[in-house]
Design a protein around this ligand. Structure first.
Ligand SMILES: [Fe+2]
Length: 328
């Protein structure tokens, strides 16, 4: 067995692009219960009450919805240098910056599909203002009980043109564990890969984009502690006129208990719980074929057709003649 590189600690932060920043902010602050910790012009930085970092979600105004930068935290300054060297060797590096809000020196790169990413080590730990100080010493921020009240950023799923290419990059260059895969046509077509640098089942999933374009987001996912919280989230979103695309139901792969909705800017957002943790260093990737994968649902309603095709930015047409709306 090849020893797995363990230079990436966890998913640090996700930047969402939105053409409706006020609506997106309302969704994550008022409905999801996240706190706004910093503003920079029209850009807002938010966090869940259990996130230890200063900010885990950045909301950036843009012409179209989509994914901005996905930031990964390295396990040490030395690990950061090692991963940067590996990324540069792949020809995917873009260069150093002094870091976004809450982060130190950061190295920008792209995954093979073109999604913008960053890796960093130095991070500002969240220090709450008096009104958000928890009475529980090991909780970084008060449990406010506002709306869905998500605990933390959990993972994201990225559409891509080539799952094998991006899966290999995440595994071999970033050092992530391949938790599960979906491979059709007797092992010939790899259409999904679920990867993580930590015991969390997956922090990034790569899924084949039927539109045949690059750089899209499938969804970003925030964690709540139990299935009841997911169902309560469905009530809250329905009461506020938010479109619920699927769930609450349970996936077969990942065992995730999910609720998918679209925030006002158009990005698909998941409220997530359940799933399972992986601790084994010799984990054997679980591979699903067509029959085993089925609809991707263990129990509950079948996922709608939009779940396989809708992503952000929205494409004008599907298949080979698809064009992507410029997200910036
Ligand atoms: Fe998910």
């Amino acid at each position: 067995m090849v020893e797995r590189i363990q230079d990436v600690a966890h998913l640090g932060a996700v930047e969402l692009l939105t053409p409706k920043p006020e609506g997106t902010l309302w969704f994550f602050h008022d409905l999801f219960g996240m706190e706004i910790v910093h503003r920079d012009g029209g850009t807002h930085y938010l966090r869940g009450y259990g996130d230890h970092a200063a900010a885990t979600l950045k909301i950036t105004p843009a012409k179209a919805a989509g994914i901005g930068c996905v930031a990964w935290r390295a396990t040490s300054p030395e690990a950061l240098e090692r991963r940067v060297a590996a990324i540069e060797a792949e020809g995917l590096g873009l260069g150093w910056s002094n870091g976004d809000f809450g982060r130190g020196r950061s190295y920008r790169f792209r995954d093979p599909d073109g999604h913008a990413m960053e890796i960093y080590y130095e991070e500002v730990r969240y220090a709450p203002p008096p009104e958000l100080r928890s009475t529980l010493k090991n909780l970084p921020q008060k449990f406010t009980g506002r709306g869905v009240n998500v605990r933390r950023m959990d993972h994201l799923a990225l559409f891509c043109k080539s799952v094998p290419e991006n899966r290999r990059f995440a595994q071999e260059t970033l050092g992530m564990r391949l938790s599960e895969q979906v491979i059709f046509n007797q092992g010939r077509d790899e259409i999904g890969a679920w990867l993580s640098p930590s015991p969390v089942h997956h922090q990034v999933a790569y899924v084949a984009d039927a539109a045949g374009v690059h750089g899209r987001l499938h969804h970003v996912s925030l964690w709540v502690d139990n299935r009841g919280d997911v169902m309560r989230a469905a009530d809250i979103l329905a009461e506020n006129g938010v479109f619920i695309e699927a769930g609450p139901s349970k996936h077969n792969n990942s065992q995730g208990f999910y609720l998918y909705s679209y925030e006002p800017g158009g990005n698909r957002v998941e409220v997530y719980s359940g799933s399972y943790l992986i601790f084994a260093p010799d984990w054997q990737t679980v591979v699903w074929n067509e029959q085993e994968r089925g609809t991707g649902v263990y129990w509950g309603a079948t996922l709608p057709a939009s779940f396989a095709s809708y992503g952000t930015p929205v494409v004008e047409a599907q298949k080979s003649n698809a064009t992507v709306i410029d997200p910036m």
